[in-house]
Design a protein around this ligand. Structure first.
Ligand SMILES: Cc1cc2nc3c(=O)[nH]c(=O)nc-3n(C[C@H](O)[C@H](O)[C@H](O)COP(=O)(O)OP(=O)(O)OC[C@H]3O[C@@H](n4cnc5c(N)ncnc54)[C@H](O)[C@@H]3O)c2cc1C
Length: 299
């Protein structure tokens, strides 16, 4: 049984007990994490992960919780938050080095300041670099893996290791990282380009997002992956489900693949809405929609 006293033996950790997870997810949903730990440095993160692995303790790595539904019952383990603790961004010529707690929005802005092109289409994805790499986040024709050169991880032997791009498989919203690997930093080979050209692409992506997706609402972006050659949002819309509600959770009128916590939705409301949409799409089109979002505390 883990105690705060055990965790306090590891230097450089901010430790919270019974921390409500709704504070840390864009859905604003979720019960308590038994322990919520923020390592203040790479070394403290390494020490923590090594301790958790050696003692076979259950843990979950949290980025910015923008692709995550946490159960109302919470999570009976340790949530390790890497946002704000691993935030370094370094640029040298056209090479970008970033730690995995940095937010994509900040990284994109830094790149534009330095006339670097390659990830500006990801503007508006409210995730950390770590979450983006695990999810192979993509938008407006580009994915985070496009210009990736290498990723530094803590592997299951508690060792820091560099994986080259060729050793990692990426496909649509999927990567081959193991669930017990912790992503620490990554390098990218970007392209020097004219600032105006980069800003034009950036604005196109920003405006495209604004016109097609609900903004200023509590969502986790697209709930489902698009089935091959089809659009999950279109299929849900064709089932007449725009505006469909269960409790405080509702399917967006603007984009049917965005499910919104409109009014104090529970995880249970959201889960029922997800299952209902899945069932209706299967009934009408014989297509099984696969979720893109991740779940914590449901097992
Ligand atoms: C309004 C809105 C718009 C969105 N638009 C897009 C879009 O256009 N394209 C897109 O692809 N996504 C989009 N998303 C979804 C989401 O922002 C992305 O999937 C993002 O990359 C998730 O990053 P995160 O840091 O929030 O990850 P989290 O939600 O915190 O975690 C996601 C997964 O990554 C794992 N993880 C996170 N960091 C690490 C790490 N360092 N090491 C190991 N595992 C880690 C977690 O354990 C979890 O399994 C959108 C979400 C919202 C709310």
């Amino acid at each position: 049984m883990i105690t705060i006293k055990d965790l306090k033996k590891i230097p450089g950790l901010i430790i919270k007990k019974n921390e409500p997870m709704n504070k840390y997810t864009t859905y604003g949903i979720g019960g308590q994490a038994k322990f919520f730990v923020i390592p203040e440095s790479k070394q403290s993160l390494l020490d923590l992960i090594s301790y958790l692995n050696k003692n076979k303790l259950k843990y979950f790595i949290l980025g910015s919780g923008s692709n995550l539904l946490v159960n109302d019952k919470g999570f009976d383990g340790v949530v390790v938050s890497i946002k704000r603790s691993l935030e370094t961004i370094k640029i040298e010529n056209s090479k970008l080095y970033v730690e995995c707690g940095a937010m994509l929005g900040t990284i994109v802005k830094e790149c534009i300041k330095n006339n670097l092109s390659g990830i500006e289409n990801l503007v508006g994805v409210p995730g950390t670099l770590g979450g983006a790499l695990v999810m192979n986040a993509g938008a407006w024709g580009g994915e985070i893996s496009d210009k990736l050169q290498s990723v530094e991880i803590i592997d299951n032997q508690n060792e820091l290791k560099i994986l080259q791009r060729k050793d990692i498989d990426f496909s649509y919203r999927l990567s081959s990282f193991n669930s017990n690997e912790v992503l620490i930093s990554a390098t990218f080979n970007l392209e020097k380009k004219d600032k105006e050209q980069i800003e034009k692409k950036y604005q196109l992506a920003r405006e495209g997002r604004k016109s097609s997706q609900p903004t200023n609402v509590r969502s986790a972006g697209s709930v489902f992956k698009n089935p091959p050659g089809n659009s999950a949002g279109k299929l849900i819309e064709l089932c007449g489900l725009k505006g469909y509600r269960i409790g405080g959770a509702i399917i967006s009128e603007k984009h049917a693949n965005f499910f919104i916590n409109e009014k104090d939705s529970s995880a249970s409301d959201m889960m029922h809405l997800i299952r209902y949409a899945q069932k209706e799409v299967f009934k009408k089109f014989n297509i099984k929609l696969e979720t893109e979002i991740k779940f914590l505390g449901f097992e």
